[in-house]
Design a protein around this ligand. Structure first.
Ligand code: G3P
Length: 218
């Protein structure tokens, strides 16, 4: 399973990269705004900075919601770096845009997926990734993980190569459950990724080993 970090924060991307397990980055307009990155030039430069840190896929989201606008933006974003994946919303015009991008070799991430039908449509259009938002489904008392399972089943039934990129991952158990049900990729905040390191028995066990070592050396 691939690990992406879901942030536009350069320090956090560097920290995850240094851990040695990072395969890519996802961003969205809200995450860019959170870092204070506004204006077309600054946003473009920020994507370039991210691509300099990580040698892996970087999702860059279009803002337009009309077909022509999405195509124009997507081509500009894809030209920034070979690792850029154009993130397109799950709307009618977005599906048309994904089909076009797919025909000219531009890779895409279809975002804001909340149903199996949406994921099926995105795969048929040729999306490289689909991003089901599991945390936001959990937020409304719906089982986000069940959606990942259902998409996995449908994609496997027909051999779709579109990768399931579980998004809106909020904590470590989301990551573990995604691995169990066969998500291809998770994108998570740094805290959820580093949370996988933690276990009280590891901490107490290490403390004991070090204490015993120190006693033996006295
Ligand atoms: O990748 C999508 C993600 O950023 C949404 O996460 O926590 O805002 O639902 P969240």
């Amino acid at each position: 399973m691939k690990f992406f970090i879901d942030t536009a924060n350069l320090d956090q991307i560097k920290e995850a990269q240094e851990l040695g397990v990072l395969d890519g980055v996802t961003t969205n307009p809200s995450l860019m705004a959170k870092e204070g990155i506004t204006g077309e030039d600054n946003i473009i430069n920020h994507y370039k900075s991210i691509c300099e840190i990580i040698d892996g896929d970087v999702s860059a989201e279009v803002i337009s919601t009309d077909y022509e606008g999405m195509i124009k933006e997507g081509v500009i974003l894809a030209d920034l770096h070979p690792n850029i994946v154009v993130k397109v919303p799950m709307i009618k015009e977005g599906i048309r845009a994904i089909k076009y991008f797919s025909s000219i070799g531009i890779r895409t991430n279809c975002t804001l997926i909340f149903s199996v039908g949406q994921a099926l449509l995105a795969a048929k259009a040729g999306a490289t990734y689909v991003s089901p938002f599991i945390g936001r489904l959990d937020d409304i008392s719906t089982d986000g993980m069940h959606l990942i399972e259902e998409i996995r089943l449908v994609y496997d039934n027909y051999g779709y190569e579109t990768e399931i990129l579980a998004a809106s991952v909020r904590h470590t158990m989301h990551i573990v459950e995604c691995a169990k049900v066969g998500a291809d990729v998770i994108t998570a905040p740094l805290s959820a990724i580093t949370g996988l390191l933690k276990h009280p028995l590891t901490e107490s066990g290490l403390a004991q080993f070090l204490a015993d070592h120190a006693k033996g050396n006295n």
